[in-house]
Design a protein around this ligand. Sequence first.
Ligand code: COA
Ligand code: ZN
Length: 310
Amino acid sequence: MTRDYSERLIVQEVAPRDGLQIEAKWVETADKIALIDGLSACGFTRIEAGSFVSPKAIPALRDGDAVFHGIRRAPGVVYVALVPNVKGAQRAVAAGADELNLVMSASQTHNRANMRMSCEASLDGFAEIVRITNISLNGTVATAFGCPFEGRIDENRVVSIVRSYREMGMEGITLADTTGMANPRQVERVVSRVLEHVPAAALTLHFHNTRGLGLANVLAAYDAGARRFDAALGGLGGCPFAPGASGNICTEDLVNMCDEMGIPTGIDLERLIALSRTLPALVGHEVPGQLAKAGRNSNLHPVPDYVRTI
Ligand code: COA
Ligand code: ZN
């Protein structure tokens, strides 16, 4: 089968939000701003720059207001804020977010663990946010491919939440694999079904690499027609309220795969690698991403002397 890889794959960088939210070490506001400004120079068109949630729930991102006020706005970049409720929406709009990402889990149990409310209460809040704001809105279905508490998630439920989001007036939709439970066959099936209700330009896939299937899932989704993907620099990330959660797919690993396959992304991989190499000092530990350690294919090694003599 010949596949077409000529269409651009849009990467939304989420390290400043999904990446930093789970870090134990406090990252200074100025360092968060520098990270986002560095990402803005790499060619992204979308960056999730923070969240406006309870500071008790996610202390690592309690400075969202200062971060949004402090960043340099690169032209053409949409700076997104994750929001769980009306209070978060009001704070994010006041801080100057370009778009709100409203998150609810398909799993009632995970929504209660993460958002401390039922899915119905989340949806009521979102309806109120649609009513009171005049800003671009994206709806995320978390645990769309599996829940660490409930296990399998009914695909009909995922499609039905997507339809409710769209009917409410949210333009963008994200399907999130919160704890890396998706597999490529499932991804292809769910993405195909959701694309019957959402244009490809409005659909984002958010994969975690928890079980090593992240990039396989990206390709399955791309082959099914998806074009927008979340990824985190260095493969940082994870939901603190989902047991066993670990990093997002790693942005530079994803961009490298695209470069090698000829899929255009518009992202400067050299800059990205350089920025990724600053992460261990920022967060205080090694990060999962592989490309920044291995280097690109084109970084060839000198031939050892003994080989020359053979
Ligand atoms: N931003 C800042 N503070 C908020 C807030 C927000 N968006 N929403 C609520 N609060 C504050 C309230 O003002 C209240 O403060 P007080 O104790 O000083 O009076 C306190 O938090 C409790 O408010 P309540 O509405 O009862 O919230 P809750 O305790 O039921 O928690 C959420 C609900 C949604 C706020 C919380 O579960 C949350 O922030 N979850 C997000 C988790 C997350 O980000 N996960 C990873 C990304 S998916
Ligand atoms: Zn995530």
